[in-house]
Design a protein around this ligand. Structure first.
Ligand code: ADP
Ligand code: MG
Length: 361
């Protein structure tokens, strides 16, 4: 396994007594990886990044960079590159001067400085923009300058806090591919913060999902999607129907669940208590089959539903189906997927047992 470049050990951070912005953090960032911190607003992502950069101090625990405790080092001695959402470029300097700044601070001579700036600008595809002022650049270009400035002094790790948050959707997606390509080409270690799960899935080698100052799960994008370990991650990554119920019985890792809306269903136990305990049954919309018939006609295990509405989305249709007494399931039907139930008509639901997961509630 690749060695840890950065290690958070039992790190906690409180800004106000009794309130933990970061509750308990043990995390390794591996050499060369792009690790994303993904989570809702207020879950502790920025605080984590700022503690590594040195702008915030942990209340407890240690942070190691290349094996050394960096608690006592001020930000500029840590030599870490940082990119923020707001570009934070110096408006009175041109592009080349902005990118040269970290080199100047480090006392690097003019000739080498110019060579490194030229290379850094080429890396972010901004050759020819050296003389421009930040105000003469688009948002995407400004963010590329910020990236060049964060990388030009060859830091061991670059931290990026929602760097694409201010860009429109098309540009954001283009920049995601660019950052990914840059990361792969240069092999530079990056720690990336976002609240956008699609962005995290696109960019990351690994994702740490944050919830209330803790890591809810740490996994590859694929692993996170295919194998969520708890209801929070199941609901946060991709889409999931989460139906509340109670565990009836468990046999060989498969639970029978009495849904609060009535029907009994089975699902694979991921993390659940014994009989009688509250649980969620999670099933992804693309795993739900919907047929325009009564449940009996579909065979054993099919559930009786009623179509509320079918919403055309181009490449797929979203079906909103009511189930039992007050339950609701969303199903995704790819374009050309056969006859649809009529709104108000019967919509029998079925899925493979292995696709339904049972989580603690
Ligand atoms: P995220 O980046 O995931 O949105 P933050 O790390 O910014 O989350 O915030 C985590 C928690 O810490 C939030 O409850 C936030 O209000 C609080 N917090 C963040 N920065 C400060 C600060 N400088 N002073 C007081 N509370 C803060
Ligand atoms: Mg933040």
């Amino acid at each position: 396994m690749a060695s840890a470049l950065v290690r958070f050990e039992g790190v906690r951070k409180s800004y106000a007594p009794g309130q933990w912005a970061v509750h308990e953090l043990d995390l390794d960032v591996r050499q060369g990886e792009l690790l994303t911190l993904l989570g809702p607003s207020g879950s502790g992502k920025t605080t984590t990044l700022m503690m590594l950069a040195g702008f915030e101090l942990p209340s407890e625990g240690r942070i190691l960079l290349e094996g050394r405790d960096i608690a006592k080092l001020p930000p500029h001695k840590r030599g870490i590159g940082v990119v923020f959402q707001s570009y934070a470029l110096f408006p009175h300097m041109n592009v080349a001067q902005n990118v040269a700044f970290p080199l100047e601070v480090r006392g690097i001579g003019r000739a080498e400085r110019e060579e490194r700036v030229r290379k850094a600008l080429a890396t972010v595809r901004l050759d020819g923009f050296a003389e421009r002022r930040p105000s003469q650049l688009s948002g995407g270009q400004q963010q590329r300058v910020a990236l060049a400035r964060a990388m030009v002094f060859e830091p061991p790790i670059v931290l990026l806090d929602e760097p694409l948050g201010a860009l429109d959707k098309a540009l954001r997606e283009e920049m995601q591919f660019e950052i990914r390509a840059l990361h792969q080409r240069l092999g530079i270690t990056m720690m990336y913060v976002t609240h956008d799960q699609a962005e995290a899935l696109t960019l990351s080698d690994r994702i740490a999902v944050f919830s209330q100052g803790r890591i809810a799960q740490l996994a590859t994008p694929r692993g996170m999607y295919d194998d969520p370990q708890n209801a929070f991650v199941a609901g946060f990554i991709g889409e999931n129907n989460l139906l509340p119920g109670k565990v009836r019985s468990v046999t060989d890792g498969v639970a029978t669940v009495a849904l609060d809306c009535g029907p009994e269903v089975v699902g694979r136990v991921v993390d659940a208590g014994g009989p009688g305990s509250d649980c969620w049954l999670a099933i992804r919309p693309e795993r739900v089959a919907v047929a325009p018939v009564e449940a009996e006609a579909l065979g054993e295990g099919a559930l009786p539903g009623k179509l509320q509405e079918a919403i055309f989305q181009g490449d797929h249709t979203r079906l909103r189906v009511t189930l039992g007494n007050g339950g609701e399931i969303v199903a995704k039907r790819p374009a050309g997927g056969g006859a649809l139930p009529d709104p108000g008509g019967p919509a029998a639901l079925a899925w493979s047992e292995g696709d339904a997961r049972v989580f603690r509630r």
